[in-house]
Design a protein around this ligand. Structure first.
Ligand code: SF4
Ligand code: SF4
Length: 433
């Protein structure tokens, strides 16, 4: 034990003490020595703060603004203030389950007067925990190993990445086959390539792109995970390996812009690929489609009798500032009634999938009263909405599972914006691609 901590525990007590006939022996007569702030050890705070990127961990002055906005605290006991305080009183973050619960949603950073930045602190601390041989949750380990081996966290073979294209019902050009320049390189990402509900959204988006006459192509089997969530989970080395391979692949082809399905890929391309030599003009598909609204609007001919609410993805909204494009698209849908949830836009709640949380679902559930995704679907239902609209590939499966586990499955459907647009265009049926 840290010698300074023993001083914190310094007490005086008499084994036997009877005062006016009352037995106050042992702890009942305990007196504590005078305590001052430096009785608490700064060592565990400094161990984190000396890691490159994690310096701001030491800047916390315990104002407490971060705790009420932390989505993990809503369902558990969390927030930067609490992590700092626990370190101060001898709990090592590196050995604590707390290390894996932060989703790097950035809502605490939004309100912190000292700019304590968990988006930087967590990856640095997690990387250090891995490098110093600490155990990491098994489900995360598996996703990281899958990514290293197959180029995607689902452990699917690379050649299957473009298999969904044959079910699209429209041309989806693949760059290694067409060998010509395109205007838009569509970065499909892992879940929209492999997960059945992700594929539904990919097919819907492919049909929309075709209807708009967009000059686009995908990389297919040559695409690998953009790697942002692996980086945030502490695997910077794996992220750099993926980024370097992806940059090499992209350098083989001519294109003007990248359009991504996944806000996590958007974040990687905008903020982290440039440091490794990959400079691109990158758009989220909602931003592109909102720009195309003059062309898109006349094609939205079918009225959809839905009452919908929208979940802002942390990595599209807070991290990359896009709140309006998804809303413009939803409001363009004929017949749709749009209601906001209480926590929306800058203060949006988190689905729990960011920062590696996508691969820590069971682990997180074991340390919280309920999953973040469960909290969010209940909030969506409370608005009276029958449809929860999303635009991040992590969210369809997370929220559908949460709707089942909270028993609201029959009252709330989860749809990607692309699916609703394609339905209003008559390109897909209700609830299916
Ligand atoms: S808002 Fe910032 S300074 Fe205040 S308690 Fe939270 S981390 Fe510390
Ligand atoms: S980044 Fe989000 S989940 Fe992590 S501590 Fe801050 S508010 Fe909580």
């Amino acid at each position: 034990m840290d010698p300074k901590l023993q001083k914190v525990a310094e007490v005086w007590e008499r084994d036997t003490a009877i005062v006016e006939g009352v037995d106050i022996s042992g702890p009942w007569n305990r007196m504590f020595g005078q305590r001052v702030i430096w009785d608490y050890t700064p060592d565990l705070i400094e161990e984190i703060a000396q890691l490159p990127g994690a310096e701001s961990f030491a800047w916390c002055y315990q104002c407490g603004k971060c705790v009420p906005v932390c989505p993990v605290d809503v369902v558990g006991d969390y927030g930067p203030r609490k992590l700092y305080r626990r370190a101060q009183t001898g709990i090592n973050l590196l050995d604590s389950p707390d290390l894996w619960l932060c989703t790097t949603c950035a809502n605490c950073l939004r309100v912190c007067p000292k700019l304590v930045d968990m988006v930087q602190i967590m990856p640095a601390a997690r990387e250090h925990a891995m490098l110093t041989g600490r155990a990491i949750p098994a489900e995360l380990q598996e996703a990281l190993e899958n990514t290293a081996k197959y180029g995607n966290p689902l452990g699917q073979p690379a050649r299957k990445r473009e298999a969904w294209v044959k079910d699209a019902g429209v041309p989806v050009p693949i760059l290694h086959q067409i060998q010509r320049p395109v205007e838009w390189l569509w970065w499909v990402e892992c879940y929209p390539s492999y997960h059945p509900r992700g594929i539904d959204a990919s097919i819907a988006l492919a049909r929309i792109f075709n209807a708009l006459g967009l000059d686009f192509a995908i990389l297919g089997r040559e695409e690998k995970c953009a790697g942002d969530s692996q980086r945030l989970a502490g695997e910077r080395g794996l992220f750099e390996m993926l980024a370097e391979e992806n940059i090499r692949t992209l350098s083989k082809y001519e294109f003007q812009h990248i359009v991504v399905t996944d806000p996590h890929a958007l974040n990687a391309f905008r903020k982290h690929y440039p440091k490794l030599g990959g400079q691109y003009d990158v758009w989220h598909y909602t931003t592109l489609l909102a720009r195309e609204l003059p062309k898109l609007q006349p094609l939205l001919t079918k009225s959809l009798p839905y009452r919908v609410t929208f979940h802002d993805p942390c990595y599209l909204g807070r991290h990359n500032g896009e709140y309006d494009a998804p809303r413009q698209l939803i409001q363009a849908l004929p017949g749709v009634e749009f209601v906001e949830m209480l926590r929306c836009r800058e203060n949006s709640y988190c689905c729990g999938g960011g920062g590696g949380g996508m691969w820590l679902d069971s682990f997180a559930a074991g340390h919280q009263r309920r999953r973040l995704s469960e909290e969010r679907v209940l909030e969506a239902v409370s608005t009276g909405a029958d449809t929860l609209v999303v635009c991040c590939p992590y969210e369809v499966s997370r929220f559908e599972d949460a709707a089942k586990s909270t028993g609201v499955e029959g009252r709330l459907r989860v749809r990607d914006i692309a699916e609703l647009l394609a339905e209003a265009m008559g390109l897909i049926g209700e609830g299916a691609a």
